[in-house]
Design a protein around this ligand. Structure first.
Ligand code: PGA
Length: 257
């Protein structure tokens, strides 16, 4: 398997934006623009927007994802959301280990792994985020860090389960900053992620895994990024809040065959 046969996934990450009624309006605007896309189209939305988003996306090619999931099935975890709850609503994907959660909410490589396992066990597809800070890059730790984060996140995930896992390489210094990794940096980072999977599962398994790039991907730079050998789509923050921009990114990925 190679880039031509791997599934490209363009996923929006709305972060803490959009009320339910705004979600409905934005998805209604996006639906005709992304119809017929030759890639998977996903919108990961705030928990409370999920029912409205699922309703608005019905009958379209837009899949709905969440932005986090707790690792326990149920219990005394005030304020948390379990995988079964998301599944029952019709959620298909879930972002796990986003750098904002690592940075502001105490997310660790261990909890990223536990959340990944919980998502898979419930039949959700995790979009697992990994990425180095600027300081780590400047110290020359990018490869070591990406491989470590990838392997930690996938601990106890079977090769069969890996078919449902998407990894997003998101350099922390490129997220929400307007500074995008160059296409070569993105390709290299994604390559490190794929090499880590190959070390753990073998090259054949690694070749089949969708590895996205994320970090200031936008309507202008998407085509160059998704053209790279190791870049199978993207995880898009800011540009996923604008229907026109997001649809240009979806189109760029669709044309990469
Ligand atoms: P950005 O966010 O596109 O706004 O940089 C990407 C992300 O955080 O997933």
């Amino acid at each position: 398997m190679n880039k031509a046969t791997r599934k490209a996934v363009i996923a929006g990450n709305w972060k803490m934006n959009m009320t339910p009624s705004q979600a409905t309006a934005l998805i209604n605007e996006m639906k005709p623009l992304v119809a017929g896309a030759d890639c998977e189209v996903v919108l990961c939305v705030p928990f409370v927007d999920i029912p409205a988003a699922i309703e608005a996306a019905k009958g379209s090619n837009i899949r709905i994802g969440a932005e986090n999931v707790h690792f326990k099935a149920s219990g005394a975890y005030t304020g948390e959301i379990a995988a079964d709850m998301l599944k029952e609503l019709g959620v298909e994907y879930v972002v796990i280990g986003h750098s904002e959660r690592r940075q502001y909410f105490g997310e660790t490589d261990q909890t990223v792994n536990l959340r990944t396992l919980a998502a898979l066990n419930a039949g959700l597809k995790p979009i697992v985020c990994v990425g180095e800070t600027l300081e780590q890059r400047e110290l020359g730790y990018t490869e070591t860090l990406l491989k470590f984060q990838t392997k930690m996140a996938l601990t106890n995930v079977t090769a069969d389960q890996l078919k449902d896992v998407v990894i997003a390489y998101e350099p922390v210094w490129a997220i929400g900053t307007g500074v995008t990794a160059t296409a070569d940096q993105a390709d290299e980072g994604n390559g490190f992620v794929r090499a880590a999977i190959a070390e753990a599962y073998g090259a054949d398994v690694a070749e089949a895994v969708t590895v996205q790039y994320g970090g200031s991907m936008n309507a202008k730079n998407a085509a160059e990024l998704v053209a790279k050998t190791n870049v199978d789509g993207g995880l898009i923050g800011g540009a996923s809040l604008k229907a026109a921009d997001f649809s240009v990114i979806v189109k760029a990925a669709s044309e990469q065959k």
